[in-house]
Design a protein around this ligand. Sequence first.
Ligand code: GLU
Length: 291
Amino acid sequence: MMSKKWNFMLMLVTVFALAGCASNGSPTGGASSTPASSPAASSAPSTAKPAGGASVLDEIKSRGKLVVGVKFDTKLFGLKNPTGGEVEGFDIDIAKALAKEILGDEKKIELKEVTSKTRIPMLDNKEIDMIVATMTITEERKKQVEFSDVYFKAGQSLLVKKGSPIKSVADVKKGTKVLAVKGATSVANIKAKSPDATILEFDNYQDAFSALKAGQGDTLTTDNAILYGMMVQDKNFEVVGEPFTDEPYGIAMKKGETTLQAAVNDGLKKLESSGQYAKIYEKWIGKAPTK
Ligand code: GLU
């Protein structure tokens, strides 16, 4: 596995040069030599908002608040602190920074809980303006939502109890009980890799992790960066093997909201050029253990 320092540098160099789905790199593998194309050009709005309806960006501005769907169950990305009640993580800081870019104040934000399964329906129902919640850009999802440029690159891995005979995805076979979360890309990915394994699906990551700790499964599978957060929560567990998929994260907006999409991409570019993205990355991801 590539060192975290390298991973971090790789991220900074490549993440904003990649628009859409990355096929050649995860934080831990496959250095990208993709030339720095213009993400703005490649994701420029192609359709205008239909006449008559206000765009979501107009609504955000007139209400003076950005309503963002985030995870409450994912340490390092979006986790509700049980003591103070605040929600904290990389995605939260990115969302706040975007509120500052769009509305001039990072406090002009409301964070609503989404899970992997509820996030697109909540966007469709207009309960939230956007999703900033460890969400992979996929071709399938692109049919349902507009995505920003890639803002984080992960890859699917496995979490096991230390000492487990499972050392990589090759060890996930018939009889292996794999824990995963409903609505995540991880479910179809592991089915494709290990079709004979038994998959048990949970509503959220903390429930899946509790089940692993209770011995209800042999391994928990999702993005490596999410699993690193679980390692922080309990040192008896470790991530094994190399990531076996690319999971480029994007911010999702309602289909057709290309004005908002352009504003978000513009905001992301500013966070990158001001060095704020690097600070947020270092705060949450740079310090996380990978072993
Ligand atoms: N990034 C993957 C996905 O979007 C897994 C993490 C998640 O469940 O949010 O499905």
